[in-house]
Structure formats: structure tokens, C-alpha cells
Design a protein around this ligand. Sequence first.
Ligand SMILES: NC(=O)c1ccc[n+]([C@@H]2O[C@H](COP(=O)([O-])OP(=O)(O)OC[C@H]3O[C@@H](n4cnc5c(N)ncnc54)[C@H](OP(=O)(O)O)[C@@H]3O)[C@@H](O)[C@H]2O)c1
Length: 322
Amino acid sequence: MGPTIKLSSGYEMPQVGFGLWKVDNAICADTVYTAIKAGYRLFDGACDYGNEKECGEGVARAIKEGLVTREELFITSKLWPVFQDGDQVEPACRRSLADWGLEYFDLYLIHFPGALKYVDPAVRYPPGWHFDGEDQIVRSSTPTHVTWAAMEALVGKGLARSIGVSNFQAQLLYDVLRYAKVPPAALQIEHHPYLVQRELLALARAEGVAVTAYSSFGPASFLEFGFKHAEALVPLVEDPLISAVAAKYGKQPAQILLRWATQRGLAVIPKTTRLELMLQNLDSTGFDLDQADLDSITAKDAGIRFNQPSNYFSTDKMWIFG
Ligand SMILES: NC(=O)c1ccc[n+]([C@@H]2O[C@H](COP(=O)([O-])OP(=O)(O)OC[C@H]3O[C@@H](n4cnc5c(N)ncnc54)[C@H](OP(=O)(O)O)[C@@H]3O)[C@@H](O)[C@H]2O)c1
């Protein structure tokens, strides 16, 4: 096993894991199986990715063939906003567990802040952002502390070993920390050289919350959504500074982007379906960048965020406050 991060829950989280967003259902089981064979132990899934069953098939196959044991894996899933009402948290977690074929998650995260009105899984699953499956955004009145208490109950029932949050900014994280009986063990956020999140990382460090970076390659993951601000940027793996640092250390640009994040103390969860790149990404902690190189990458910060909910739905549609 590679480097790990000790969580406040007492469990160890691998520092380099595998992201499962947009891994097509048709190849997902094979991809997870191949990634386990390649050496990955952490898998970052979510109800919203719509592939938890296939992920579970890949895991089951690897366990059956003796490649790995359940205890050696670290599986993350996430609670979608429509399941944030207190009485929906446990059923949602159990549904994800059943899809994976697991007894417990190593980490279960609130995927986004802000509860949305419940959508029955019998109507649509995964439910996505829109209440009607079209364009309605319907708010639930459930505040975060209610959802968090239900998340804590999952730990009590052994359904999740650690719990945390994703896409929370500093003020909301600070709020949760003030009432949590089980503090969030991890915070998962968008983090790349265009969005370095300095203050949020400082707060998380001070409060003992481990941080996982997602979309480490920045705009690359968002081109398929036609985001103009992603298309306007030079891809980070082709960026002149990143390429120069890569040449200096005899590494690939992607490895530099991942090492920059892990040297900042973060975990990373790169996603690829190509074996060669899987191996490259996993092999990204065995060298150290000089402080000057770390600083020059950090200085690219431009406060550019790609993964915000309003980018996925039309803000000129009426919000319905239910
Ligand atoms: N909590 C959240 O809201 C949230 C949001 C976004 C993502 N995440 C998590 O974070 C994971 C990673 O983020 P992401 O999916 O946005 O993508 P990413 O890791 O930034 O990867 C983006 C793209 O880069 C390509 N790539 C991967 N390794 C590469 C390499 N070594 N060299 C060149 N290109 C490479 C991949 O292409 P190919 O696939 O074609 O190989 C992939 O499509 C997700 O899968 C998900 O688990 C969480």
C-alpha cells in the first residue's frame, strides 16, 4: 500500500485513489477490477455516478480471485442532495451499499451542501439535480445539522466507518464543526492549479479534517459539458510551466499535478480508463518537488471553479422553494 492519511476517525485513507465519475457502465466493472490489479485500494464513488452496481461487480471479482480483501480496500460513496432529509439518509446509504454489495463504506460524504426535495428512487435513480427530471430545482427545508446527525447515526450503526462532506466552503464547514458529535473526517473539494483553495485548506488543517482533491487535471474533466471557461484554458497537462517542471523531474505532467497536491497534504483521486495512465497516476508519490516548484504551480491560482451546481442547470429557470 502507498502513503496514507490518518483520519480523525482513526482509520487510514490511501493518499492516491481512483475516481469513478463518468466511468461508463459498460466498462466500469472491468475498470475497477483492472485498477485493483494495478494497485489502487481507494475507490471514490457516488450514487450520482450511476455505476455503483458495476463498481461492486469489479470489487467482487477482485476479492473472489484473491487479489485483495475487503479490509484492504477503502470505498467511498456520497449522499445526493435529494436524500438529505433526516429520514432519507440511512435508506440512501443502504441503497448504495446494496449496489456495491458491501456491508459498510470506509467513507460516506454529503456530496453537496443544500438539501433538495426528496425523489423516490422508484421514480428515478440516480435522481440528478431536477425534481421533475427536466428543469425544476426544488429545495428541501432540511438544514445541514439535521443531515449531519443522520450521517452520525450511520457511524453508530456500522454502515460508515468515517463520514465527511464535499463541496463545502469554509463557513459551512466551520458551522458543522461547531455542532458535530462525530466531526467530519474528510472534506472533498475541487482543487487544481487554477483553484488552490488556500484558506479552506488552512481551516481544514487547523481542524484536523483531511482534504481530498478532485478534478486534479482542472478543465480536462469539464470539456464534455461544453463549459466555455474550460475550453478557453490551456489543458493543464499541456501547460508550459507544468511541462517544464515535468521535464526537470523526468515525470509526466499529470504526475506533477498530482504530486503538487499530495505535497500540499491532500489525497488525490484521479480518474482514467486507460491502464497506462492508471499506472502513471498511481506512481506519483515517489519523488518530491522543490518548494520553489511547488510555489510556482500554486501561483497559477486564478480562482476558477468548474464544478458548481449552477453550471449544470439553467439559472434563468425558476427555483421552487418547497
Ligand atoms: N465530490 C464531487 O463533487 C466530485 C466532483 C468531481 C469529481 N469527483 C471525484 O474525483 C474524481 C476525479 O475527478 P474527475 O473525474 O473530474 O477527473 P480527473 O481526475 O481530473 O481526470 C480528468 C480527465 O483527465 C484524463 N486523465 C487522467 N489521467 C491522466 C493522465 N495521467 N494524463 C493525461 N490525462 C489524464 C482522463 O481521461 P480518460 O478518462 O479519457 O483517460 C479524465 O477524463 C472523479 O472521478 C470523482 O470520483 C468528485
